[in-house]
Structure formats: C-alpha cells, structure tokens
Design a binder for this molecule. Structure first.
Ligand SMILES: Cc1cc2nc3c(=O)[nH]c(=O)nc-3n(C[C@H](O)[C@H](O)[C@H](O)COP(=O)(O)O)c2cc1C
Length: 348
C-alpha cells in the first residue's frame, strides 16, 4: 500500500470508527480552584498569547493531521481557512508523501494559499531521518508550505503495530539534533498519542529542540487506528498504552525550559485552561476538527469558537485576566494522575 493510500485509510478510519484511547488524558483529575472574587471583568479578558514568538489570538492550535491525497487537500484547505480567520497556528500532516511524490505537494501547499498569515508548522516523521532523510528533506518540507516551524513526530507505537511500520529508531535523537542545527526555523518534537516522559524531554531539549508537544495518551490512539487496518490482535493490546496527556505535560514542564504544548484528548476549553495552569503554553486539537474539516471551514471555526468561549469562562472563574495569569493560577491534581506523578517523584 502506498503512503498516500495509507494516509487516506487513516482519515477514513478516524471518521468512521471509534479511535480514542482506552486510557483517559487525565483532565478529570485536574481541578482549577474556583475564585468567588475573580476581580476581573469577563469582557476584558485577553486570550492573546505568543506562539514561538508570533502573536496569536488564543493558546490553541490545529494539530497535524493530513496531506498527500486529493481528499486531504480539501481538509487542509478548510483547516487553513479556519486558522487564517481565527489567527491560530496550523500543523499539516506528515509531508513524506509530498517529498517523495511531486504531484502530492499541492495537498500540503494549499495550507499556505488559504492561510497566508497563519503560523504554519511543517511535519515529518523523525524516524525517516534514520532511513535516509537529511536536513535537506526537512528544509524541503518547510519550503513546501512556507512554514514558520517544523514538527518532527515520534510515533514508535504506531510504527511497531503497523505491518509496514518503520521501526529503525536507533540514533533518532542524534538525527533530530542534526535537523535542529541545520534549520533556521524552530524545530518542535511531538509524540502522536503515547506521551513524552521527563527523561526524554530533557534529552530533546539538550538536542536543541525549540519546543515539545507532549502528544499524550487519552485522545486519538494510533493503536486503535491500526487495529482497523489488519493488525488487530497486537494493536488492541496497546489501546491503553502510553503516558496520559496531563501526566506527560507535568513531567515535561518540570524538566525543560523550552515551551511545552499539550495535545492528545484536549476536548474542551476547560481542558485547555487546565493544561495552561499546569504549564502548557498552548494546546493542540486534532480529531474533534476532522469531522468538520471534511465538510467545510465553518464547522471547524464553530468548534474552535466553542473552545474559546469555554476557555474564557474558565479564565473568568479563576480570576485570570490573561493567559499569563492563568498559567500561574491555583491548580490541584488528584486521583490517578496524582498517584502517577507521585510515583515518579514529580510532585512537590
Ligand atoms: C487523522 C489523523 C492523522 C494524523 N496524522 C498525523 C501526522 O501526519 N503527523 C503528526 O505529527 N501527527 C498526526 N496526527 C496526530 C495529531 O497531530 C495529534 O497528536 C493526535 O491526534 C492527538 O490529538 P487528538 O486527541 O486531539 O486527536 C494525526 C491525527 C489524526 C486524527
């Protein structure tokens, strides 16, 4: 099966099957302390923030999903229209198909056409740099969409349970470091649904990455996606594998000083508020936008506006006049996440 067909398979499965992890992202364990004396006027609350040096309207971004197929072109166009309208960053899906097949470039380049001013994030799998890609391919991915940054994704779980998976990860950190050295744009490293632990976050920072997206467990599960593609027995054993987004976020935020983003099961503006209070600089959303993006940009905008309204209410109720105030607001971690973090020595 070609990469283009495989990518379309992923989209089809995500649209029609249940692909969320059997483990929770952990937001139910996070409580923002309610303030009966908010001391802010709700209508004056500002959601504006800086995303890797760019002013954006809110601490939300559209996480990497697609490209590499005619159907994907439509999805990227609709996501781009929404990103442009809302002034939020947008990540395209893995551009390997566009690097290897010139005729597929347009399905990615469409993002820049429809989002001339948005912060755009290119995307390639980090493992490809262990299999022949060099910083030249990374540079081509950036140029393909005139990107402001590039995300290298780590997906060892998906590769391991997929029949045609690439599992030669030996040397991957060194390859990531080479890309960081060679490129002029920021390099973000992201997981894709199994999270990043404190130790790996520290090694990534040391390697020179500009930001880490935890891509934690609890949202879209690529074990679930792959289980519908013929590797059912093995893949289904990994439906609850990984570090929940909340745990991974706390681990990463405590161990590095580069910005940390939270993606994976972020399902409301309240989740966004909780993530920011735990140290995230912004949150990424993928699956909830996909169903809308196949139909048009309006639905994508509507979903994101709902996140925005919920975030605004949560900010009001925590007495946070802006994103900076929210990031230092009082937060309590209970239950399984607390136990997990305590077992890892990450509390206190
Ligand atoms: C259909 C689909 C395709 C995806 N493709 C990519 C990809 O090509 N590159 C990547 O870095 N992440 C990819 N992801 C992962 C997302 O960027 C995100 O990390 C993950 O879905 C968790 O967010 P969610 O729970 O909001 O969906 C994809 C997700 C979905 C749903």
């Amino acid at each position: 099966m070609s990469i283009s067909e495989r990518k379309l398979d992923h989209i089809r499965i995500c649209l029609n099957e249940s692909v969320e992890a059997e483990i929770s992202a952990g937001f139910e364990d996070v409580v923002l302390v309610h303030r009966a004396l908010p001391e802010v006027d709700a209508e004056r609350i500002s959601l504006e923030t800086s995303f890797l040096g760019r002013r954006v309207s809110m601490p939300l971004f559209i996480a990497a999903m697609t490209g590499g197929h005619a159907e994907a072109e439509k999805i990227n166009r609709n996501l781009a229209v929404a990103a442009q309208e809302l002034n939020i960053p947008l990540g395209v899906g893995s551009q390997r198909a566009g690097i290897e097949h010139r005729e597929l470039v347009e399905s990615f380049a469409v993002a820049r056409k429809h989002a001339p001013d948005a912060y755009l994030i290119a995307n390639l799998g980090a493992v490809q740099f262990c299999r022949g890609f060099t910083s030249r391919e990374a540079q081509r991915a950036v140029e393909m969409i005139e990107a402001d940054a590039i995300a290298l994704h780590l997906n060892p779980l998906q590769e391991a349970v997929q029949r045609e998976g690439d599992t030669q990860f030996a040397g991957v950190l060194e390859r990531i470091s080479e890309v960081c050295d060679a490129l002029d744009v920021p390099v973000i490293v992201k997981e894709t649904g199994a999270g990043i632990c404190a130790e790996d976050a520290a090694r990534l920072e040391e390697a020179g990455v500009s930001a880490i997206d935890v891509g934690g467990a609890g949202g879209t599960s690529f074990a679930a996606v792959e289980s519908y593609r013929g590797t059912e027995e093995v893949a289904r054993r990994f439906l609850s594998w990984g570090i929940p987004t909340v745990v991974s976020l706390v681990e990463c935020a405590r161990s590095v000083s580069v910005p940390v983003f939270a993606t994976g099961g972020v399902r409301s503006g309240v989740d966004v508020a909780k993530a920011l209070a735990l140290g995230a600089r912004a949150c990424g959303i993928a699956l909830p936008l996909l169903k809308e993006a196949v139909r048009g940009a309006e639905g994508v905008v509507r979903v994101l506006r709902t996140y925005e309204r919920e975030l605004r209410v949560a900010m009001f109720l925590t007495g946070s006049g802006d994103v900076e105030a929210l990031s230092s607001s009082r937060v309590v971690v209970l239950g399984r996440c607390r136990e997990w973090l305590s077992a890892r020595g990450m509390l206190g």
